[in-house]
Design a protein around this ligand. Structure first.
Ligand SMILES: Cc1cc2nc3c(=O)[nH]c(=O)nc-3n(C[C@H](O)[C@H](O)[C@H](O)COP(=O)(O)OP(=O)(O)OC[C@H]3O[C@@H](n4cnc5c(N)ncnc54)[C@H](O)[C@@H]3O)c2cc1C
Length: 272
């Protein structure tokens, strides 16, 4: 059971940060993860009065406030257009609409959960995490940072020409993913993000075009996604770059096989 001794709806990030430095105080966002299991919180710090539940789109970026719900990113027309529906696809399997109306982007990213579809999809884009104390950190760095008492303020997704696809494999609808996969092409590189291995998402990046082949050993010319044999070889190579573990949902070998299949399908779907 979750036991909260005191509740504070803060009026500034500074107030939230100061309160959050005490060991038994906790930021509470959607609260849907926190309420699982036994936990005692001295003071629950509520950020909901700070206007962090907005998605702002400019010419150069999307700024997604930490308190934005998963349902809001699922419905946002600008994000859908920019990602060709990949963000919507990444969250639409998460439990149900009422749940996604509560769970937040900040809670999902700060938690760095192994099963996270949300982390997997944002890792395949040029995403910066805005932290109150540490400032801007790329999501690539953030996934390996220790859990501390900082506050995630917003995600910044740079707008640049991108092709991206998201796929996941689940044993049953709405369960945690067995494998989560996002593949994108931007800045002249292919980015492959695999999550739920079952540990949190990681990224493999490969230069495209006439650049030096990196690891894979073959260049990936324009239109490579139409070459079925090359894509199959590439997808298998990418899947090999990640480590996999077993849990009650799937074994490591199965996860690796599924990752290869999802990577291949996602690359092929970039052809459009
Ligand atoms: C039953 C269930 C099924 C789920 N299935 C999936 C799934 O299939 N795919 C998927 O991707 N996710 C899944 N999730 C995770 C879910 O989508 C959210 O990521 C999770 O609930 C956390 O979001 P929240 O807003 O509820 O955070 P909370 O539970 O409120 O907080 C989570 C943690 O993050 C900290 N925190 C929250 N916001 C901030 C902030 N702004 N700054 C610093 N720290 C912060 C909190 O202190 C806490 O430690 C599932 C969760 C549950 C409970």
């Amino acid at each position: 059971m979750l036991t909260i001794n005191e509740y504070r709806k803060v009026e500034s990030l500074e107030e939230a940060y100061e309160l959050n430095q005490k060991k038994n105080n906790k930021i509470i966002a959607g609260g849907v993860w926190m309420k699982i299991g036994d936990r005692r919180i001295a003071t629950a710090i509520d950020l909901s009065g700070l206007g962090l539940d907005q998605i702002t789109e400019t010419d150069t970026e999307f700024v997604i406030g930490a308190m934005t719900t998963l349902r809001e990113i699922e419905k946002h027309a600008g994000l859908a257009a920019y990602t060709d529906g990949a963000i919507r696809e990444s969250v639409r399997h998460i439990v149900g609409v009422q749940f996604r109306n509560c769970a937040t982007v900040g809670g999902s990213i700060f938690g760095r959960f192994g099963f996270s579809d949300v982390l997997t999809v944002f890792l395949a884009m040029d995403t910066q995490v805005e932290l109150y104390h540490a400032g801007m950190v790329s999501l690539k760095e953030f996934i390996d940072m220790p859990y501390d008492n900082d506050i995630l303020v917003a995600l910044h997704v740079a707008k640049k020409p991108i092709r991206i696809a998201y796929l996941s494999q689940r044993n049953t609808a709405t369960d945690f993913p067995v494998v989560a996969c996002a593949v994108s092409e931007y800045d002249g590189s292919l980015h492959v993000s695999i999550g739920a291995r079952p540990v949190h998402a990681r990224l493999v990046e490969l230069p495209l075009g006439s650049g030096e082949p990196d690891g894979f050993g073959k260049q990936l010319p324009e239109g490579f996604e139409k070459d079925e044999a090359l894509v199959k070889e590439l997808a298998t190579w990418c899947a090999d770059q990640f480590t996999y573990g077993s849990n009650r949902r799937a074994g490591a070998d199965y996860r690796k096989h599924v990752a290869g299949v999802l990577i291949r399908r996602a690359i092929c779907s970039l052809e459009k």
